[in-house]
Write a protein that binds this ligand. Structure first.
Ligand code: S3P
Length: 439
């Protein structure tokens, strides 16, 4: 999996983004399609699947547990579901690479299966907090060991029976919520999770699509154990988190006009559009439609003069993965942009507050990291060299910064772009970013 540190992006200054493109499938939904399709009765047909390393890590984990999965081929995957209790003991540890979603959701999904399993990941994933899932799972009577630091490897041991809990979630995390709902399918009684703020609800939507009831009232989401999943057809929309780089790129590069087709605009994911519009971006939402229980639209973005803003804290969970790209928009905006309430950014694939602040400073932008956010003063982006620390979204964000830079931007350690956005460089080139890759 993508740990080739020698991939370097080099993006020439200037240019504009034009055309009509479709970015790859939604990562969150792709993971969930494999998970629920594997546990369903019957054959689930998926289209628009993200063929990136993260979703493939989930796919391979289920293959290792005996599920016959055909594809992916041009985004098509066929999953021969084994039913709620049909997974087999794998021969080796499940290697989830860089994927936090795989590890956190699988820890819940697998906690009550009577299997003895080990979940491992790469160095980034092995330093991310896992107690946030293992602690509530222990309250459900799961038996999962972490390292003393509360990190992976996770060792999941068989237990008699999970018990439902009523869990007020301390952080607004869709991964924690989803982990507990998936465990709740195997628990006695009801499992409820209360969110401090709305987070992405793909798990709830997809469970319902597979015929498994979920109740949602006033931020409290409940599931009862002992149900079944029925196979279905899934069409996965393009990932708004991948579209975000192009929304920012086209906004900051003068003369741009770009259409992004078939983008998922689930209201628990659309913070990037809201925030960019507050900054003055010109984004039109066209052809709104519903595809398999998820709202989808085409997004037309034209360049605009952006202004710095104070980002409303209620938008933070709705744009949690898009802040690296939004920080580039802030660097190109007139005035100051202030982000608070976003401490979660420090425990993503990298410490996204520090790593973005370091990179922006290296390019001559005033960026002051704070405990829970950042202050960025819009200015002139210079050429230079930045470190992505193996974080896909940092790499792609700095690539877009070149559109407004005075000199070339070199970005180190970019192999992990393949975790979420295979084909990024080719698509960015096709729309007008002069980017090349060196190994
Ligand atoms: C995800 C939830 C978010 C997000 C991640 C994908 C998901 O993580 O950052 O990329 O698919 O549930 P948190 O739940 O930790 O905020």
């Amino acid at each position: 999996m993508g740990v080739n540190k020698k991939i370097v992006f080099s993006a020439s200054p200037g240019g504009r983004l034009t055309g009509n493109i479709r970015v790859p499938g939604d990562k969150s939904i792709s993971h969930r399609s494999i998970m629920l399709g594997s546990l369903a009765e019957g054959v689930t047909e998926v289209s628009g699947f993200l063929e990136g390393d993260d979703a493939l890590a989930t796919l391979n984990a289920f293959r290792q547990m005996g599920v016959k999965i055909d594809g992916p081929e041009s985004g098509r995957v066929t999953i021969n579901g084994v039913g709620m209790h049909g997974l087999k003991q794998p021969d080796t540890a499940l290697d989830l690479g860089n994927s936090g979603t795989s590890m956190r959701l699988l820890s819940g999904l697998l906690a009550g299966q009577g299997l003895d399993l080990t979940l491992v990941g790469d160095s980034s994933l092995s330093s991310r907090p896992m107690k946030r899932v293992t602690q509530p799972l222990a309250e459900m009577r799961a038996n999962i060991e972490t390292t003393d630091a509360g990190t992976a490897p996770l060792r999941i041991k068989p237990v008699e029976q999970l018990q439902g809990i009523d869990y007020p979630m301390p952080v607004a995390s869709a991964q924690v919520k989803s982990c507990l709902l998936l465990a709740g399918m195997y628990a006695q009684g009801k499992t409820c999770v209360t969110e401090p703020a709305p987070t992405r609800d793909h798990t709830e939507r997809m469970l319902q699509g597979f015929g498994y009831p979920v109740e949602h009232t006033d931020g409290k989401i409940c599931i009862s154990g002992g149900g079944r999943l029925k196979a279905c057809r899934l069409e996965i929309p393009a990932d708004i988190s991948s579209a975000a780089f192009f929304l920012v790129g086209a906004s900051i590069a003068q003369g741009s006009e770009l259409t992004l087709q078939h983008v998922g605009i689930n209201p628990t994911r659309d913070g990037v559009i809201t925030i960019l519009k507050y900054m003055g971006a010109d984004i039109q939402i066209l052809n709104r439609r519903d595809v398999g229980g998820e709202p989808v639209a085409d997004l037309r973005v034209r360049s605009a003069r952006l202004k710095g803003i104070v980002i409303p804290e209620d938008q933070v969970p709705l744009a949690i993965d898009e802040f690296p790209a939004l920080f580039i928009a802030a660097a190109c905006a007139e005035g100051e942009t202030v982000l608070t309430g976003a401490e979660e950014l420090r425990v993503k694939e990298s410490d996204r507050i520090q790593v973005m602040a370091d990179g922006l400073q290296a390019l001559g932008i005033r960026a002051e990291p704070t405990a829970d956010g950042i202050r960025i003063q819009g200015g002139e982006i210079q050429g230079g060299s930045v470190e992505s620390h193996g974080d896909h979204r940092i790499a792609m964000s700095f690539a877009m910064a070149a559109l407004r830079a005075k000199g070339a931007i070199k970005i180190n350690d970019c192999a992990n772009v393949n975790t979420s956005f295979p084909g990024f460089v080719a698509l960015a080139r096709a729309t007008g970013l002069d980017i090349s890759v060196a190994e």
